[in-house]
Design a binder for this molecule. Structure first.
Ligand code: FES
Length: 120
């Protein structure tokens, strides 16, 4: 196989304490991470990240809000997207890219899957 998938981990927050201080439970925000702008949500179940751009009409999901049922809600037309799967729970068959988040001793990280050459 010429290509393989690899996850690149980038730091979102310096620590879990910093993450909790900057983003309270029930809140969402937009964060620029490298070349990507992501929407980060903090729910009762932890932190979640999806692409910030709403797949319906391009609004910033980080300007929306999250629900107790684990959705991020777009601020423009109120479509709901499941934070775990990225699937629209309302408003048709839309899908927003979701990204894994890991809490480590040295910070809170987001993972971006990349395709790389697999030469050896
Ligand atoms: S722009 Fe997000 S639901 Fe329409």
């Amino acid at each position: 196989m010429l290509f393989k998938k690899k996850i690149i981990w980038l730091k979102l927050f310096e620590s879990i304490t910093a993450a909790n201080n900057q983003l309270a439970v029930g809140k969402v925000t937009s964060i620029q991470v490298g070349k990507k702008k992501v929407c980060v949500a903090h729910t009762d179940s932890g932190f979640f990240a999806v692409n910030d751009k709403c797949p319906h009409n391009g609004a910033s999901l980080g300007n929306g809000f999250c629900t107790n049922e684990g959705s991020v809600v777009c601020p423009v037309h109120r479509y709901h997207f499941d934070l775990k799967t990225g699937r629209a729970k309302s408003g048709g068959g839309y899908f927003v890219q979701n990204y894994p988040i890991e809490v480590r001793d040295d910070g809170v990280f987001i993972g971006f899957e990349e395709t790389v050459w697999n030469l050896f």
